[in-house]
Ligand binder design. Structure first.
Ligand code: CMP
Length: 139
């Protein structure tokens, strides 16, 4: 099934100059980049995006980090894009991520882990709508 998923190149990866490297990997893997922008989220906007994690002990630190500088949200489209992108992204903790995954190659630690990816079709729809509107998703 052709799906869409939301990816974010996080502030750590933007700061250290990994945007181009990550985009090249995504294109090489066959994803269509349907939409892309650069956003500097406020603390409140980061809290809104990660609202499902608001009870977690790392919520404050995560939202500080996500509002610490520009990030690059993008919409990827492709066959089983949600699961396929999660495979390429690798485990949350880069120390546990398989060799050759984005997090193994670009992330620093569990929090500054270079990239985000939606975990279900429901969350992909919510997360895409958080950053992009109809016209931007025309492909
Ligand atoms: P992401 O895929 O964007 O979804 C939630 C984020 O919370 C995750 O990536 C990490 O950046 C962060 N996160 C998850 N677990 C931890 C943890 N134990 N400590 C700090 N940050 C975490």
């Amino acid at each position: 099934m052709i799906e869409r998923t939301l990816s974010i190149i996080k502030p750590d990866a933007v700061k250290n100059g990994s945007v181009g490297g990550i985009l090249a990997r995504l294109e090489k893997a066959g994803f269509k980049i349907l939409a892309i922008r650069m956003v500097s989220m406020s603390k409140k906007q980061a809290e809104g995006f990660y609202a499902v994690h608001s009870a977690r002990p790392f919520f404050g630190s995560l939202t500080d980090f996500m509002s610490s500088g520009p990030c690059v949200p993008l919409v990827l489209e492709g066959e089983n894009a949600i699961a396929e992108y999660r495979k390429i992204m690798g485990a949350t903790d880069p120390a546990q991520a398989d060799a050759g995954t984005l997090r193994a190659d670009f992330a620093t630690d569990k929090e500054k882990n270079a990239v985000h990816g939606s975990d279900s079709p429901e969350n992909a729809a919510i997360e895409i709508a958080y950053f992009f509107t109809g016209c931007e998703l025309a492909g």
